[in-house]
Design a protein around this ligand. Structure first.
Ligand SMILES: O=C(O)CCC(=O)C(=O)O
Length: 277
């Protein structure tokens, strides 16, 4: 068993679990080098798409909505000068890469399907796991954008709503450089909203419009190599990074093969989903 029964119980109770030293520093560095290479090969003249959690409906474009089975690059909201030029070099301007690194890139594929990750999924009850989504999140120095308080099941909805997010710290994550924050036990409040495709574009279906009690947030400062498990219903967020240090992370979301996956979720793929094989 990759984690103890007590840790599994802790995960179910709090809605999250921090596993320190889950991956070696060398494995983190290998992912970082691969992401660097992907960004190096990306030509920003092809398309410019911005990721922001502030105006998600308006700023979401076709490039984002068709990225479920691709490797695509999204800029930080504050990456640009008024004249549209980049404030910093390309490598320091990308917010994230998504959303099928785990299927399309051999280094991310190997990392995501490591036997240790599979064993962990099994311990959490994901015997029939499918790897739905992956993201490489840069949280760039100076301009790293905030991610407002949300539940991952708002964006990756299944019936029943039972998904788990794996958040790997590829660098130390601190309050200063924009670590995750979460509301312990907040997953028990149920799902507040869903982000759905409609004929007119994306919209939020709101079931409960009471704002999150953000005074209940606790910072999850972790060292490089740590893994944070997040229940899909757990409210969490991260603040801006105005420090001089980046805060790279890799995230992977697992769903159950037997769960219903709605056609109005934003993430749709033609490439079939795969488990750990
Ligand atoms: O890494 C972060 O800053 C936040 C990531 C997150 O909450 C998410 O992508 O769901």
């Amino acid at each position: 068993m990759s984690i103890s029964e007590a840790q599994v119980a802790q995960y179910h109770d709090a809605g999250f679990l921090v596993l320190e030293r889950f991956v070696d520093a060398s494995a983190c560095d290998e992912l970082r080098a691969e992401a660097e290479q992907l960004v190096h090969e990306f030509d920003p003249r092809e398309v410019v798409s911005i990721f922001s959690t502030h105006e998600q409906n308006r700023l979401t474009d076709d490039y984002f909505l068709t990225s479920g089975d691709k490797i695509r690059f999204f800029f930080e909201e504050h990456a640009f000068n008024d004249d549209g030029t980049l404030k910093y070099e390309k490598e320091k301007s990308i917010n994230k890469i998504g959303h099928a690194l785990h299927d399309l890139d051999p280094v991310f594929d190997r990392f995501s399907r490591d036997p240790k990750v599979k064993a962990l999924a099994m311990a959490l009850g994901f015997q029939d796991a499918l790897l739905l989504q992956s993201m490489y999140i840069f949280k760039q120095p100076n301009i790293g954008g905030e991610v407002t308080c949300h539940q991952d099941s708002t964006f990756l909805y299944t019936e029943p709503a039972d998904i788990v997010g794996l958040w790997f710290a590829l660098e130390d994550a601190t309050i200063e450089n924009g670590c995750l924050w979460a509301i312990p036990g907040g997953h028990r409040k149920g799902l507040k909203s869903r982000w759905v495709r409609t004929r007119e574009g994306m919209k939020f279906d709101v079931f409960d419009d009471e704002p999150w009690r953000e005074d209940g947030l606790v910072p999850l400062e972790v060292e490089k190599g740590s893994l944070i498990l997040l229940n899909g219903l757990l409210p969490h967020r991260s603040f801006e990074n105005r420090s001089k240090h980046s805060r790279h992370a890799y995230t992977l979301h697992l769903i159950h093969a037997k769960a219903k996956y709605p056609a109005d979720n934003w993430l749709q793929r033609t490439l079939p989903l795969r488990g750990f094989k």
